[in-house]
Design a binder for this molecule. Structure first.
Ligand code: AMP
Length: 540
């Protein structure tokens, strides 16, 4: 027997309809790439998204066609998402930090037909569009006065398009499992693969992310997503914030400490989300200028392991609560978030810090398992193995079945991360499966060593790679990038690590380089780093 409740399709257009009806005046503030701060609100975003839908309907696209965006976080970018998704198109976010060749590959693979772009990417588009036959036109997200010079055919001005359209447009009315977003994985090995989100997965992910132990944001919050819209859905903020009517502050292209600080203070931001490197920049800026954080209350930090120094500085010096989160493009992206259980709240400060540095617990809608030698490992907080995940907002295959079958017999996706889970359900990443160092058959976690090494004064970035060793197969090599004008010695670093990690985890050598290679999403590119050190030999 079926339940007798209404069949209300979970499609994302309903989110912005809801925001328009209930929080119409709540602001969306954007730092534009042209320079000025632009102010809009949910009412305007709703109306302008509908106008864009009408223009898109006139562009000879089919239901499910892909339209792409190459843009920083902004109100206009948000309108592209809702304008396209509302009429059953798929919005494909392009990561501008990728190399031109990778972008061409992705655009061709996705068969993108229209590209919405910030004007700052005009030179890049001049170069790549002639090599992307599926692209019929480019729309610059700007007004007439700021339109770039172009040699490309079929280039439009966003504000001009909207001027000529009306905002009466029927949205939704299709199956909630319809695709609505596409994002390619960073693909450090092999070609990038497309993750195809559905309306339903985005809605369920948003409900989940609004629960109190995840983001827990409400209508009175002011949210600044530093995490880009092109990187795993802005961690869902573009959907979850309008669901509850939170004000959104968009940083545009400027993510340096001073620019972020200015927005935090002038817009009275109390919640924000970003990768650790952004927070390092902000904290350095605060220290060097001796400033305070007057409205910020909580930060969500994820995308890479949370360094202890960031956690302690935010909490002890600035009174800001830190929530460590883990996730990936394939998981929409929130997989776990770390908040304290009632038992943990009774613990000592140091014990709490140890917990907060873990990646956290699974919210409802996420199931985790640790798999080692094809068996589920115990949740004992020490046994580590491959981290597997399943749930309604987790990918079941890649776009165009790239990579084939990706789930195990129980429907779990292999994240490629290595982790343990403790009896309280806290998951801790110990490595990427391809970065874990296998020394004499035993596993060494590169991340653990990096997190400790970053605590040495003067160290900007620490990276550990497994390097060939004639006796042990692999041994850890620690590579350090120091902060500008700082000198740090190998002895200082090894002395600092001594006693904090097992003896056999101690790196066999420390090397210093000017710049540790970073990937397109700001994470350490270990493939490039291993390549740099391929001819290196450990001291005898
Ligand atoms: P991406 O799909 O580009 O967002 O990358 C996802 C990967 O980033 C994960 O599989 C992890 O390896 C890594 N990652 C994300 N969050 C964390 C975290 N809090 N700690 C350690 N690694 C993380």
């Amino acid at each position: 027997m079926l339940g007798l409740m209404q069949d209300w399709a979970l499609t994302v257009d309903k989110i912005i309809d809801h925001a328009n009806l209930n929080y119409s005046n709540r602001e969306i503030v954007s730092r534009s790439v042209e320079g000025p701060i632009l102010r809009s609100n949910y009412g305007q975003v709703h109306s302008r998204s509908k106008k864009l839908s009408n223009w898109l309907k006139s562009q000879n696209l089919r239901f499910g066609s892909r339209v792409a965006s190459l843009a920083w976080n902004s109100g206009r970018h948000m309108e592209c998402w809702y304008g396209a998704m509302g009429i059953g198109l798929v919005l494909h976010t392009l990561n501008p930090r990728l190399f031109a060749d990778q972008l061409i590959y992705i655009i061709k693979h996705a068969e993108d037909e229209i590209i919405f772009s910030d004007i700052s990417f005009a030179p890049l588009l001049e170069q790549i569009i002639p090599l992307c036959p599926s692209v019929k036109s480019v729309v610059y997200l700007t007004d007439k006065a700021n339109m770039p010079q172009t040699k490309l055919a079929n280039v439009h001005c966003y504000e001009e398009i909207l001027e000529h359209e009306n905002d009466e447009c029927q949205w939704g009315g299709f199956d909630e499992n319809t695709a609505c977003g596409l994002c390619y994985t960073s693909g450090t090995t092999g070609n990038p693969k497309g993750v195809l989100y559905s309306h339903r997965s985005n809605i369920l992910h948003s409900y989940m992310s609004l629960t109190a132990d995840v983001m827990g944001i409400s209508s009175s919050d002011v949210v600044l997503p530093v995490v880009p819209m092109f990187h795993a859905n802005t961690w869902g903020v573009i959907f979850s914030a309008p669901m509850v009517g939170a004000k959104i502050v968009m940083p545009g292209a400027k993510m340096d400490g001073a620019s972020i600080y200015e927005l935090l203070e002038t817009e009275k931001v109390n919640f924000t989300a970003a990768v650790p490197t952004v927070w390092l920049m902000l904290l350095q800026y605060l220290e060097s200028t001796n400033q305070r954080l007057n409205s910020l209350k909580r930060v969500l930090i994820g995308g890479a392991a949370l360094p202890e120094r960031i956690l302690r500085t935010f909490e002890d010096k600035y009174g800001v609560e830190v929530r460590h989160a883990w996730g990936m493009t394939e998981t929409s992206p929130l997989g776990t978030v770390c908040t304290l259980t009632p038992e943990a709240m009774e613990m000592s400060k140091d014990e709490q810090i140890a917990i907060k540095l873990k990646q956290g617990r699974a919210p409802f809608g996420v199931e985790l398992k640790i798999k080692r030698d094809d068996e589920a490992a115990p949740r004992d907080g020490t046994t580590f193995g491959n981290l597997m995940i399943r749930g309604p907002a987790i990918a079941k295959s890649y776009f165009k079945s790239e990579g084939g079958e990706i789930l195990d017999e129980e429907g779990y996706f292999d994240t490629g991360d290595v982790a343990n889970i403790d009896p309280q359900g806290y998951m801790q990443i110990t490595d990427r499966s391809k970065d874990v160092i296998k020394s004499g058959g035993e596993w060494i976690s590169s991340i653990d060593i990096e997190n400790i090494a970053i605590g040495v004064d003067g160290v900007a970035i620490a990276a550990v790679i497994g390097h060939y060793h004639p006796k042990w197969d692999e041994r850890p090599l620690l590579v350090i990038q120091t902060k500008e004008n700082f000198e740090v010695s190998k002895e200082e670093i090894l002395g600092y690590l001594n006693g904090k990690i097992a003896k056999w985890w101690m790196p066999d050598d420390v090397q210093f380089i000017d710049a540790i290679p970073l990937g397109a999403t700001g994470k350490i590119n270990k493939v490039a780093l291993r390549e740099m050190f391929k001819d290196y030999e450990f001291p005898k």
